[in-house]
Design a protein around this ligand. Sequence first.
Ligand code: TYC
Length: 99
Amino acid sequence: MPNIKEDIAIELELDKPAMYRVLLHNDDYTPMDFVIDILIKLFHKSLDEANDIMWQVHENGRATCGIYVLEIAQTKVHQVKSLAKANGFPLKATYELEG
Ligand code: TYC
């Protein structure tokens, strides 16, 4: 017996919310320790993970900090921006649709 409701849900992806990738971007002024701190405090990374991501950004220009539903991704970007601004650093975060 075909499960029409389930087929429609899968086709429309009703069971999966859109997800957004939050990226940190490199600049020449934000201290490495500040970036590591942001990754630990806002993105809940371990010290090792935070260190790895910070170096990825430094070397490649950008890296993913996490993948979230839209409202959370927007909040993370806003939090990075406001902490960076409060400390006088140009650190930039953005989000983009995942997948
Ligand atoms: N490039 C910065 C420096 O040399 C460090 C840095 C890393 C800045 C990651 C931003 O998202 C960033 N101090």
